[in-house]
Design a protein around this ligand. Structure first.
Ligand SMILES: [Fe+2]
Length: 189
């Protein structure tokens, strides 16, 4: 039988399992003075307890393309809420040096992962989908496509945290070695 002493380290671990409200999450993100690891970002999003009311100021859909709504941003990190009608999806892209995580708030997130080869070009690797509450991440240099399948018959709302904030992204086409640039648009603040 082992004894369990509450060292300061134990106390810290306990503190880091506490749920985070939206205000606490934003405060934590805004207080960052350097780029946090993906593990930390994942942990924040796992602990986040966000209601429909919390997200209401950032929820809005448009036809034709998904809509990005920024919750907060500083030099090191940003948080966005993305709203997707059925059939909306990103281009195939990487994050050009940023890493981050996504949490599904409502609906079902579809993700396709690709592998890039200098000779063969972009190759399909795998696909997954994520239910509400799921958290998934993308590292450097993951290449993927996110979307709400056109057969889902429901809206999708996702919460994204990126570090550093996204700038110009690289986009890809299956079977091609061509890499283009893409700047995500229509951020409502
Ligand atoms: Fe992405």
């Amino acid at each position: 039988m082992s004894t369990h002493l509450q060292t300061p380290n134990n106390l810290q671990n306990i503190a880091e399992t506490q749920p985070l409200s939206l205000a606490e999450l934003v405060s934590e993100l805004q207080s960052q003075k350097s780029i946090p690891t993906r593990a930390r970002i994942n942990d924040w999003l796992e602990r986040a307890v966000l209601s429909d009311e919390d997200l209401a100021p950032y929820v809005g859909f448009k036809e034709g393309n998904y809509w990005r709504h920024r919750v907060c941003r500083n030099e090191f990190i940003e948080m966005l809420v993305l709203c997707w009608r059925p059939g909306h999806r990103t281009p195939i892209h990487d994050h050009n040096g940023s890493h981050g995580s996504v949490r599904v708030h409502e609906g079902r997130l579809w993700e396709t992962i690709f592998h890039y080869d200098d000779v063969e070009g972009l190759q399909y690797q795998s696909a997954r989908d994520y239910a509400p509450g799921s958290v998934t991440g993308s590292d450097v240099p993951d290449i993927h496509q996110l979307g709400n399948p056109d057969v889902s018959e429901q809206n999708l709302i996702t919460i994204h945290v990126y570090a550093p904030p996204l700038g110009v992204l690289h986009t890809y086409k299956p079977g091609s070695t061509k890499i283009d640039l893409y700047t995500p648009e229509d951020i409502a603040e």
